[in-house]
Design a protein around this ligand. Structure first.
Ligand code: PHE
Ligand code: ZN
Ligand code: ZN
Ligand code: ZN
Length: 297
């Protein structure tokens, strides 16, 4: 419910819990037509006919209603959970195909494919709600975990905007080695970044680092001390000349000129970046699904 003050009450699972956002209610209303209960992803996972994926709908956003969709492998040790997430919502201005249909579609495909394998560690996929209105779904999810549940999540991989038209392969700078200015992540984050780097290196593909500052759904995880990492191909920022030399594309132009706009349609996807990054997501998820060495307990 939204009061005149702009206070949003959410989470029917925790009655009485409130969160306030510095939003004028008119502004909030303008943003909210997007909400978006998405059972379609759940249905697709179920329809993949895969016995090792089940669904659990988690969390509710009132004022419109929104759900995170969570799918986890039946196989794998539930004391060692590998979490993989992407936000499923978009801004109301447009369909959000790069932001973040790209990450959502990629992890959906990985979930369906990975469910055929007898993973050692449990793998849990999250399709987050409400990212664009303040990381609500992921934030609420992490806050809802007991200490024990939280401790069982060994790491979190985030995929938000992985097919920008003027892309760069940017890896969250978990080791603070890329001079982007954000602090290093929780121990283990460096290892995640290294493993992702190895994927691109093995294919002689360039990569660089990007802020690990909490501007997407991994924020709540690193705040809780859970190591995290992920891939990003750039948003409203401007591609440098050095990057254009490395990755191709256009220097001096935005990585995604349609960021948060109506033109973030299927035309706003770079097929090469989507293809490469979907493979990188599959590779990193599968490796961690079997081997967490280097990731602190
Ligand atoms: N979270 C931002 C959005 O959805 C995009 C973003 C992702 C920015 C990752 C920085 C790093 O609009
Ligand atoms: Zn966005
Ligand atoms: Zn996004
Ligand atoms: Zn780094």
């Amino acid at each position: 419910r939204a009061g005149a003050s702009g206070i949003i009450v959410f989470n029917e699972g925790q009655p009485g819990r409130t969160e306030s956002y510095p939003l004028d209610i008119g502004e909030w209303r303008a943003k909210v037509p997007m909400v978006f209960t998405d059972h379609a992803v759940g249905a697709e996972l179920a329809a993949a006919g895969n016995p090792t994926v089940h669904l659990k709908v988690d969390s509710t956003l009132v004022l419109g209603k929104s759900d995170n969709v969570i799918a986890e492998s039946r196989a794998g040790d539930p004391r060692d959970v590998v979490m993989v997430g992407a936000h499923l919502d978009s801004v109301p201005a447009g369909p959000g195909i790069n932001d973040n249909g790209s990450g959502s579609a990629a992890i959906l495909e990985v979930a369906e494919e990975l469910s055929r394998f007898p993973v050692r560690n449990q793998v849990r996929f999250a399709f987050w709600a409400g990212e664009e209105v303040g990381l609500l779904g992921s934030d609420q999810y992490v806050e809802s975990l007991s200490r024990r549940q939280r401790d069982r999540i060994r790491l979190y991989l985030n995929f938000d905007m992985v097919a920008s038209p003027n892309y760069a392969y940017k890896l969250y700078d978990g080791d603070n080695s890329d001079n982007v200015g954000s602090p290093a992540g929780p121990a283990g984050s460096a290892q995640i970044e290294k493993q992702l780097e190895a994927f691109y290196d093995a294919r002689s593909l360039p990569h660089n680092g990007t802020d690990f500052d909490g501007r997407s759904d991994y924020g709540a995880f690193i705040a809780a001390g859970i190591p995290a990492g992920g891939i990003f191909t750039g948003a409203e920022g401007i591609k440098t000349a050095e990057e254009a030399a490395l990755f191709g594309g256009t220097a001096g132009a935005a990585y995604d000129a349609c960021y948060h706009q109506a033109c973030d349609t299927l035309n706003n996807i770079n097929d090469t970046a989507l293809d490469v990054n979907a493979d990188a997501i599959a590779d990193s998820t599968a490796r961690f699904a079997f081997d967490l060495s280097g990731i602190p307990e």
